[in-house]
Design a protein around this ligand. Structure first.
Ligand code: HPA
Length: 275
């Protein structure tokens, strides 16, 4: 993708014409967690296929549209469906929505995903606040000429997930009575699930959960100085933790079961968030 800043301006202009406002928070909804978008009021929906410069999603369980409107008294722009590395997109395409958010004037982002639990204290259905990530095995979305309009050549990642937002999320979770875990999310390229040896290795490295998304978006968001809160739904135990094979159906089923807690938590976070 060339001229990313110019393209993001064109795309942001298109979205702004449709929503006629500046959203306060963007939310990326992960696997099976899309129904949160149904709770948005006074909706404006924009299909990705209608948006200039936008890629299309291909994976089952991911629609491809923006839903803009009010949620928990805030103006939110939700992404129902995101772009994954395993689908064949270039990393610059995966993070293009984040760049568009920045040009739209959005400085707050909630990222959600499904993950496999590595930490043995976790169980399927748990929600984990992401405190940090490991991204050694992925090409950086910032590779190539730095786009100075977005941020620095060598951006700091030491507080990639805002500690203030981690605290806010913990308080919001208490209010709605949802038990939340905290941990480190490791990126895996997919689409195959990991091997038990890879999971043991990731555990040694300090990962609590593993998944195939989120990290590229968070890197691009932090490059552009966007505040990030990450929440992961642990949909299964990672490979080799239990003596059973992994499958996409289990991931979708658990995400569906956790949907109610997840939705209540995110709505509470949004209404508690002082933006
Ligand atoms: N591994 C990678 N990605 C995932 C998993 C997993 O076990 N579960 C959900 N997404």
């Amino acid at each position: 993708m060339d001229n990313i800043f110019e393209k993001a301006k064109e795309t942001a202009g298109f979205i702004k014409d449709r929503i006629k406002d500046i959203p306060q928070i963007a939310i990326i909804l992960g696997s099976g967690l899309g129904p949160l978008a149904d709770e948005i009021e006074s909706k404006v929906e924009i299909d990705y296929k209608d948006i200039p410069n936008f890629p299309l999603t291909t994976v089952e369980g991911h629609a491809g549209k923006f839903v803009y409107g009010l949620l928990g008294n805030k103006k939110v722009l939700a992404m129902k469906g995101r772009f994954h590395h395993y689908e064949g997109y270039d990393v610059s395409q995966i993070v293009f929505p984040i760049r568009t958010f920045k040009v739209l004037g959005i400085n707050n982002l909630i990222v959600t995903n499904a993950s496999g639990g590595i930490n043995k204290a976790f169980k399927p259905g748990d929600l984990m606040i992401i405190k940090d990530h490991i991204s050694f095995f992925a090409p950086s979305p910032l590779r190539g000429r730095n786009i100075n309009e977005f941020g620095l050549r060598f951006p700091d990642m030491s507080k990639a997930y805002s500690p203030d937002l981690v605290e806010l999320c913990k308080k919001s979770a208490q209010k709605v009575g949802v038990d939340v875990k905290e941990g480190v999310y490791a990126f895996a390229q997919g689409p195959m699930y990991e091997t038990p040896a890879e999971i043991r290795a990731l555990g040694v490295l300090g990962a609590d959960a593993v998944g195939m998304s989120t990290v590229p978006e968070v890197i691009a968001a932090r490059h552009a100085n966007i505040n990030v809160l990450g929440i992961s739904c642990v949909t299964n135990m990672a490979a080799g933790i239990l003596d059973q094979p992994l499958c996409h159906e289990e991931v979708m089923r658990t995400a569906k079961e956790a949907e109610n807690n997840f939705t209540r938590l995110v709505k509470q976070v949004i209404s508690d968030w002082e933006v």
